[in-house]
Design a protein. Structure first.
Length: 186
């Protein structure tokens, strides 16, 4: 294409450099450039500046919000940690109190069982003693009756005097108990 321009210029007889535009092209291009520059300077540049300022303000606001949120999160974490420590401490106190109450309940139950066992033992001893006394009285009267019957059979007469018979039986049983006691001490 450059060759075509050079050939055309040579045919016209103009010694003009094809790379340099004509003066009227430079003037009209300059006028268009100045108009576009003026419109850009008055319309587009303020809008761009306003848009960039808004974005900068929004970014700074978001950074401030993020910093505030981080501070709140850190404060919440500190508060949560403190509450967790308090809860653990309270749980430990409750656990210790429950153990102490358990020990008290066990001690009370043992004391109650001991008292109940002692009461049952004393009741059983009293009942055994009462039954022993009853058996002793019953045995004494039966032994006395048998002894009187045997003595009456040996003597050949009946012992009808109750006081005298009772005195003989008592003496016999006393001698029997004395001989048993003497055997036990040997």
């Amino acid at each position: 294409m450059l060759n075509a321009l050079v050939t055309y210029a040579a045919e016209e007889g103009v010694a003009h450099n094809p790379l340099i535009p004509a003066w009227y092209d430079i003037i009209w291009s300059s006028v268009c450039f100045i108009v576009i520059l003026f419109i850009f300077w008055k319309v587009a540049l303020p809008r761009m500046k306003k848009l960039l300022d808004e974005r900068s303000t929004a970014i700074e606001g978001n950074i401030a919000k993020a910093d505030e949120a981080q501070r709140k999160a850190e404060a919440a974490l500190v508060e949560y940690t403190a509450q967790l420590a308090d809860a653990r401490k309270e749980a430990g106190e409750i656990r210790d109190a429950a153990r102490e109450d358990g020990r008290k309940i066990v001690a009370e139950a043992k004391d109650s069982a001991t008292v109940e066992a002692a009461r049952l033992t004393s009741t059983a001893h009293a009942q055994i003693e009462a039954e022993r006394q009853t058996a002793f009285v019953s045995l004494r009267s039966e032994v006395g009756t048998l002894a009187l019957d045997l003595a009456g059979g040996v003597i050949g007469e009946t012992l009808s005097d109750d006081k005298k018979a009772q005195a003989v039986v008592d003496r016999f049983l006393a001698e029997l108990e004395a001989s048993e006691a003497a055997k036990a001490t040997k």
